[in-house]
Write a protein that binds this ligand. Structure first.
Ligand code: GRG
Length: 308
C-alpha cells in the first residue's frame, strides 16, 4: 500500500470509529434516560439537574470504551451499556463538582451553562452526589450481570478508580499542585489519578463483564491509562490552541491559573510528541486482540487528534 493509500485507510478507520462513537453515544443516552426517570415530588429538582448534567452533550468516550472493550468478549450490549452509563454518571458528577465555585468556578460546560449556573450551587452539589451514588446502584443491579461476584467486582473497580486513590485523590493533588510543585513523575501521577483512572476503568469493566483473566483486564487497563494520559495532554494542548466555541468550555485557564501541565513543561510540540508516543504505547497493550481491537486503536488516536 502506498503512503496516500495508507493515510486514506487510516482516515477511513477513524471514520468507522467516529460512526461507532455516535452509535454508542445514542445508545448511552437512551440508557441514561431510562435510568434517570423524573418523579413526582419536590426531589424531582435534583433529578432534573442530574439529567441536565448527564443527558445532553459530551463525546461519550468512556461509554464507548466500556462497550468496545466488552465487544472484545462478546458481552451483550444490554450489559455493557449499563457499565457505560455508570462510568458516564461518575464522569458527569466529576464535571459538575469540578465546575463549582469552590473548584474551577466555570460558567460553561458542553457549550451550555454549568449546572450550578442553570440551577443553583446546592442543587449542583446534590446532583453530583446523586450521580455518584446512582452509578453504583446501576452496577449492583442483576440486570448488569447475573453473577453477583461479577457485579461486586465491577463495583470495586469503579469505586477504586473514582475515590481517593483515583479521581478524587487526583483532584486533591491538582488543587495542591502549585504548593507541591510536582516533578514530571509527580505530574504524570496526578494526571493518571485525575483523568487516567476513570478512562482505564471503563476499559477494565468491559473485560470484567466478559469474564476476562486478570492479566487481560490489566492489559486493557494499561491501554486505558496510557490513552488517558495522552487524552489529558491533548486537553492541555486544546486549552492553549482552541477556543470556547470549539470546546464548549472556557479555554486558556491553565496558563491563567499557573497550572502545571506537560504543555508548560515541554512546550506545545514536546507535549504533542509525548501524547502521540503514549498513543503508540497504548496500542501495544492491545496486541493480543489483533484486528478485533481496531476501533480501540483508533479511539486512542482520536484522543489526541480531537478538536473538543
Ligand atoms: C470533582 C471529584 C472531582 C473530580 C474532578 C474529571 C475532573 C476531576 C475534573 C474535570 C476537569 C478536567 C479538565 C478533567 C480532566 C479530564 C477531562 C479532560 C475531562 C473532560 O472530559 P471529556 O473531554 O468531556 O471527555 P465530555 O464533555 O466530552 O464528556
Amino acid at each position: 500500500m502506498n503512503s496516500q493509500a495508507a493515510q486514506n485507510k487510516s482516515a477511513d478507520d477513524l471514520g468507522a470509529f467516529k460512526a461507532e462513537l455516535v452509535a454508542v453515544a445514542d445508545a448511552t443516552n437512551a440508557t441514561l434516560d431510562k435510568l434517570l426517570p423524573l418523579v413526582p415530588g419536590p426531589e424531582n429538582r435534583v433529578i432534573e439537574a442530574m439529567r441536565y448534567a448527564a443527558l445532553d452533550g459530551g463525546k461519550r468516550l468512556r461509554p464507548f470504551l466500556a462497550v468496545a472493550s466488552g465487544d472484545l468478549f462478546d458481552v451483550p450490549r444490554a450489559r455493557s451499556l449499563r457499565a457505560a452509563a455508570a462510568v458516564e454518571m461518575i464522569h458527569c458528577y466529576s464535571l459538575v463538582h469540578d465546575d463549582l465555585p469552590a473548584m474551577d468556578d466555570d460558567d460553561l460546560r458542553r457549550g451550555r451553562p454549568t449546572v450550578h449556573k442553570k440551577f443553583d450551587e446546592a442543587t449542583a452539589i446534590l446532583a453530583g452526589d446523586a450521580l455518584l451514588t446512582e452509578a453504583f446502584t446501576v452496577l449492583a443491579d442483576p440486570a448488569t450481570h447475573p453473577d453477583g461476584a461479577v457485579r461486586a467486582n465491577l463495583v470495586a473497580e469503579l469505586a477504586r478508580a473514582s475515590g481517593v486513590h483515583g479521581m478524587v485523590g487526583g483532584q486533591m493533588y491538582d488543587l495542591r499542585a502549585a504548593e507541591v510543585n510536582p516533578d514530571d513523575a509527580g505530574l504524570k501521577r496526578l494526571q493518571n489519578m485525575k483523568t487516567g483512572c476513570i478512562i482505564a476503568v471503563a476499559c477494565r469493566m468491559g473485560a470484567v463483564l466478559g469474564g476476562a483473566s486478570p492479566a487481560t483486564v490489566e492489559a486493557l487497563g494499561q491501554y486505558g491509562m496510557d490513552m488517558g494520559l495522552a487524552f489529558q495532554i491533548a486537553d492541555d494542548v486544546l486549552d492553549v490552541e482552541s477556543t470556547a466555541a470549539e470546546t464548549g468550555k472556557a479555554t486558556g485557564k491553565d496558563a491563567a491559573a499557573g497550572k502545571a501541565t506537560f504543555v508548560d513543561r515541554l512546550g506545545l510540540e514536546g507535549a504533542k510528541n509525548l501524547a502521540h508516543s503514549l498513543v503508540k504505547q497504548a496500542g501495544n497493550h492491545l496486541a493480543q486482540f489483533g484486528n478485533k481491537a481496531n476501533l480501540l486503536q483508533q479511539a486512542a488516536m482520536f484522543a489526541v487528534t480531537r478538536r473538543n
